[in-house]
Design a protein around this ligand. Sequence first.
Ligand code: ADP
Ligand code: MG
Length: 301
Amino acid sequence: MLQSSKAMFKLEDVSKCFRGGIQALHSTCLELHQGQFTVLLGPSGAGKSTLLRCLNFLSSPTSGRIEVNGLGTLNGNRRLLRAHRHRTAMIFQQHQLIGRHTALQNVIIGRIGNYSIWRSMRPLPDSDHILALECLERVGLLDKATERVDNLSGGQQQRVGIARGLAQQPTVMLADEPVASLDPATSEKVLSLMHRICSEDNLTAVVSLHQVGLAKMFADRIIGLAGGRIVFDGLPHQMTDNVFGRIYQNRKQTSEKMAARPARKTRSVTKSNNGGKNEKSIFDTDVSHAFVNVNHSSASR
Ligand code: ADP
Ligand code: MG
C-alpha cells in the first residue's frame, strides 16, 4: 500500500553544506510518499533538521533538485515555493507561539497566508475564526481558546502549534522534533494526536525524532540518518538492533572523541527553554522568515 502511493517529494542528489564546510547532508536521493507518516530518526547532528528544512527551502540545498507533487521543481522558483509553503504546516520543537496571545489568536495566524499583507492587518473574516476554533477543537483545546498560551502546559502549547498548522488547511506537515521538550507520556499523546490528524486528513507527514520507541510506535516508514547520510530506510519492524547501531554508532564515536578532548569554553547562545540544551533558537530568524514568506505571499509578489 505504502509503496504504491504517489511521491509527494522527489529529492535528487540533494545536499547541504553550511559555511565553514560543514556537510550537514550528503548527496541524497529520496522519495517521500503521499499520505505517509515518515519519521526521520537519528541522534543530534545527524542532519534531520537540515533534511526537513530543505523540504520547504527554509534551508536552501547546496545542490540537487526537489520536486513536489502538483507543483513541480521548487529550486529557484519563488512562486512555486510560496505555493508549497502555503500548503505546508510546519511544527517546531519550541512551538513558536506568541506567549501573550490567546490560543485562538495564535491559531488564526495560520490563516494569514491567505491574505495580502494589507488585508491581514485588519480583523479576518468570521469564517477564519470559526475554522480556527474547529482546529482547536480537533486538538482538544476548544475550552482554552481564550487562554494566553504562556499559561498553557508544554503539551497544550504544542497542540496549539498543531492547530495553527491545521488552520492552514495543509496537505503536508513537517515537524522538527515536535516532542523533544515534552515528558515521555505527553510526547506519546502529542504524537498520537498528530498521527491521527495526519491520517484523517491524508496529510503527508515528515517528522524528525530522536526517540526510537516513538518512531517505531507511529511511523509508517523510518529513515535513519547518521552523519548527514541515510543509513536506514524501512518499516518500523525492520528496525533491528543492528540498524539501531548503524544510526547511533557515529554518535557514540563522536561522544567518545568529545570526552577525550580537553574542556573548551563554549560561547553562550540565544534563549532556550529546552531544559538547558545549548541550542540556538530559530525563532528570531528562520521561523519568522518562514511566516513572512508564507503569510504574505501575495503581497511580496
Ligand atoms: P539534527 O537535526 O539531526 O540534530 P542538524 O541538521 O541540525 O542535525 O545538523 C547537522 C549538522 O549541520 C550538524 O553538524 C550541525 O552542527 C550542522 N549545522 C546545522 N545548522 C547549521 C548552520 N546554520 N550553520 C552551520 N552548521 C550547521
Ligand atoms: Mg534538529
